[in-house]
Every structure is written in structure tokens, then in C-alpha cells.
Ligand binder design. Sequence first.
Ligand SMILES: NC(=O)C1=CN([C@@H]2O[C@H](COP(=O)(O)OP(=O)(O)OC[C@H]3O[C@@H](n4cnc5c(N)ncnc54)[C@H](OP(=O)(O)O)[C@@H]3O)[C@@H](O)[C@H]2O)C=CC1
Ligand SMILES: O=C1O[C@H](COP(=O)(O)O)[C@@H](O)[C@H](O)[C@H]1O
Length: 507
Amino acid sequence: MGSGQWKVEKRSSFRSDSFSKEYETVPETGCLSIIVLGASGDLAKKKTFPALYNLYRRGFLQSNEVYIFGYARTKISDDDLRNRIRGDILAKMLQSTLKMYQQIKYVSGSYDTEDGFRLLDKEISEHEVSKNSAEGSSRRLFYLALPPSVYPPVCRMIRKCCMNRADLGGWTRIVIEKPFGKDLESAEKLSAQIGELFEEPQLYRIDHYLGKELVQNLLVLRFANRFFLPLWNRDNIQIVFREDFGTEGRGGYFDEYGIIRDIIQNHLLQLCLVAMEKPVSLKPEHIRDEKVKVLQSVLPIKDEEVVLGQYEGYRDDPTVPDHSNTPTFATVVLRIHNERWEGVPFILKAGKALNSRKAEIRVQFKDVPGDIFKCQKQGRNEFVIRLQPSEAMYMKLTVKQPGLEMSTVQSELDLSYKQRYQGVAIPEAYERLILDTIRGDQQHFVRRDELKAAWEIFTPLLHRIDDGEMKPLQYQPGSRGPVEADELLAKAGYVQTHGYIWIPPTL
Ligand SMILES: NC(=O)C1=CN([C@@H]2O[C@H](COP(=O)(O)OP(=O)(O)OC[C@H]3O[C@@H](n4cnc5c(N)ncnc54)[C@H](OP(=O)(O)O)[C@@H]3O)[C@@H](O)[C@H]2O)C=CC1
Ligand SMILES: O=C1O[C@H](COP(=O)(O)O)[C@@H](O)[C@H](O)[C@H]1O
């Protein structure tokens, strides 16, 4: 591929410093086609179309510029697709959204032959012509809401039949959903196949955790606040994902992947934003360089620092094999071999069918040396960043119990978003990430070398599980997971706080 061909992509990297003035002011105009491949599927219905709807409603997609195309094999009409989307999106449709529905077109075709993609290209071109868009100035965003097995043929077809000429400021971008492979080898193979067709600036590997409000806040929090700087190198860090429901009809998919591939290798590892060094600037490449560096510093995982679980009843799902060895729960301790993090355990924990739904980052500090208040029993200082539910950041600390006595109590400095930012609607992760794609900002997307580094960490462990060398322990649905996981946490130095009850702030 000639390097001069992607003029526009180069311009976007200049713009993609998210906080720069240029970014704010360079307009992205011109006809925009958003093509959702796999439009008949679950993700498209649950996430992609609602995100597009919200962007439209908030004015980020202009009716005079945007047209939305659905593509899949299922034979349905434009109206069928509109009704499917409408069913899920809001019964309370506003006048403005009706307009959006007129701008949705469905094309049916297969994923590996040219006919359907030629037809799709014809429809997109007709729309571009109707908008008087000069050839080469239009923008085409292909969103692959599809099983990864069809990414290579679909990318080949797009490359062959649906590319936009980029010589007048237009572009073609591809959004790919996880899972990006099943291990290092398959991920590298997939990357190579797609990499032959598209250059890295055209590829947006989406990990929706990177679109969550508090994940986006991590860099600001860490590098714009002086008082965190000296503290950010201890004492143990837990990154936790819990769901209070099981695989719910996705057992077939899940059993092929398991909790490490489904959640830990991607979503939780993205939170390496917590561990990376300060980037040179906010340019996406500078940030992604630092993420790669920290991932490459992770030492091989030791079997004794892993606890796997499978909830009782998981195998009752008819799509799950009777003797499945797939973990639905895992606690894994990562060790980062660099100056900042030597000796600090990073505990990644994820599980389905647990006692609550929560995702958070928890930094725990060791006991105060020479404590004159004898207050360790009340719990250690902790700084918690809660991604969901109810976004919040809070610091658990020891204070004097109000009153005449000199006694101590554990309390918190609390920044609960609902209370502090009343009336502010926090956008859905997918909305933000689709908008970033349109703007050409790759900061919150996974770069190819980052993906490789992530798979390098987990592949040996995954192969041992796949080969049956490591077995998940059974746990009760609705519990905390296997008790052995709590024992591992304790061994890693985490001290659980007992008796502390967080009281949600009221107005
Ligand atoms: N669903 C979710 O909550 C999430 C999904 N993802 C990822 O997003 C992508 C899409 O997920 P999801 O929508 O759930 O997937 P679906 O299983 O619903 O598949 C999407 C569409 O792809 C087509 N399809 C399904 N199976 C095959 C196949 N074997 N070969 C060719 N085409 C097929 C079907 O369309 P048709 O038959 O009409 O062509 C289907 O409607 C996946 O990569 C998934 O891992 C990521 C995060 C969450
Ligand atoms: O990617 C996935 O994420 C969801 C959890 O997403 P969240 O935004 O609701 O936290 C998880 O349920 C699913 O198994 C996984 O594939």
C-alpha cells in the first residue's frame, strides 16, 4: 500500500491530541456513511444502534450528513431493521429521531462474496451522490458487529468493493470488536490478515471499557493531581469485575473463551492505564506507547498465583459441554518488573454469577508505621475508583470519631458522580468510542503491539487451562467466588476490611 494513499489519516493523527486546540476546531464535515455489518445481531441491537441513536439525538451526527447502513445475511427489509432497532431504543421517540430512522438502509448479502458488497457500495455511493459529495471526500465507517471468524473475509470484501477514495479528505475506517483472537498465535494471525488490507490508522479495535467515564478519567486523575504522584507505587492494587448473573444464553460463546479471554485479557488489562508511566503528551501514540511498555514489563504468571472457578449450574446450559473446564471466575496476580511496581501485586479478579455487579480499581495502602492510635483494625487506607454501577471515587481513611472521646473511625472522602454532577448524563462507552472513530482519535483503541503484549501475558496460562492442567473450583452462584481466591488475596498482602459500611451520600 503506497504511503501517500492515506493522506487524511496522517492529518487525523495531527488532530488526535484530544486536548489540543486544533482538535476542537478542525471541522469533520462531508458525507458520512456508517455501515453496521452484522446488523441483525445482538451487539448491533443492544449497543451499536442505540449509541448511534444517542449521538444523533445529542447532535453529534447531523441528519444532512449521515446515513446508516445495516448489512447481514438475514433477509429483512429496511423497515424490519428500523423496527428491530426502534423496539430496543426508546419507546418515547422524539420527532428528531424519526428523521434518523428514515436514514437507515438495510442491505442483505453474504460475508465472503462480492455481490452483496458491490450492492452495498452502490447504495453508499448513491447516498454520497445525493449529498453532492465529491468522490474522495466522503467518510465511510465500517463497524464489524460480527463473530471474529468472519473478520478476514469481510475486510477483504470491504477492501475490494467498498473503499472510499481518500484524496479529498475522505476516509475508510474499520471498527473491530473483541475477541481479537484466542491466544497469541491466533491474534497475530488475525492482525496479519487484516494488516495486509488496512493500515493501523484505519483500524479501531474497540474495547468498550476504554470508553467508560472513569477509565477516561484515569490519566487526568493520575497526572493532573500532585498529591497522587508520590503515592502511586504501592501497596497492592486490585482490579475487580463482578457480575451477578451467569452466561445467560451466551453459554456457547462463553465456553469457547472463558472469563480470562472474555474479561481479564482485555477489559481488565486495559486498566494498565493505572500502572503506566506518564506519557510524553496526550497524543494517542504517546499514551499507547506507555501502555505497551508496562504490559511488556509483566512477568510470567505463576500457577500458584491463580485461582480459577466455575459456578455450580454453569454446565446445565445445553450449549455448554458436560465436562467443560472453562472458568467463569479467575483471580490472577500480575507482577510488574519495573522501578515503580517491583514487589507490588496487581490482583485481577473477574467472575460471573457472583454476589454483586461491580467494576472497580482499588489501591490499598499498608498500615501506618508506628501507629499511635492502634487503629489498624478499622481498616487500611484505600483509594477506590468505581467504574460501575454509580461512578465514584472515594478514599477510605481514618478520622477522629466526632464527639468528646478521642477515638478513631473509618470514613471516606467521597466523589460520587451522581451527587456531584447532577443533571450531567454520562455517555455510554460505545457512544464515545464511535464518536472517537469518526473524529479519528485512536487514543482509546487497542493498538496492534498492545494486543500482542496482552496476549503474551496470558497465553501460557490459557494453554495450561485449555490442556486441562489447571482446573476451576466450583463455587455457589451468588457467592464471592471460591474461598481460595480470598486466601490468595490475603497471601498477596491484601487486608480485607471488616465491619465498615459505606453509607451512600444523600443530598
Ligand atoms: N453481544 C454482546 O454483548 C457483545 C458482543 N461483542 C462482540 O461483538 C461481535 C458481535 O457480537 P454479537 O452481536 O453478540 O454476535 P451475534 O452472534 O449476534 O452475530 C452477529 C451477526 O453475525 C451473523 N453471524 C452469526 N454467526 C455467524 C457465523 N458463524 N458466520 C457468519 N455470520 C454469523 C449473524 O447475522 P446474519 O446471519 O444475519 O448474517 C448475526 O446476526 C462479536 O465479535 C462479539 O464477541 C463484544 C462485546 C459484547
Ligand atoms: O465484553 C463483555 O462485557 C460485558 C460486561 O460489560 P459491562 O459494560 O456491562 O461491564 C460482559 O457481560 C460480557 O461477558 C463480555 O463479553
